[in-house]
Design a protein. Structure first.
Length: 79
């Protein structure tokens, strides 16, 4: 993932998990080659990806247009 390649925190945690570092918190894991925290996708610090996620959750054809707080709550469920 290109965005993850630019996020040093993401890369460090991924590397620690892959190498079996004992200092890794139990809440982190790798799923489908991507980092998860507490069973939710850990999103790299990338404005483009974060904007895409917010737009997708806000503009969902099924859910309609939520306000700020409901959109944030929907994002927190998965990310």
């Amino acid at each position: 993932m290109k965005a993850a390649d630019n996020d040093q925190t993401y890369l460090a945690m991924l590397h620690a998990l892959l190498t079996g570092d004992s200092k890794v918190k139990a809440n982190f894991r790798i799923e489908k080659g991507l980092l998860q925290y507490k069973n939710r996708w850990y999103i790299p610090k990338d404005k483009g990806i974060r904007r895409t996620i917010l737009e997708a959750e806000h503009d969902s054809m099924i859910a309609g247009h939520f306000g700020t707080y409901k959109t944030i709550a929907r994002v927190r469920v998965n990310f």
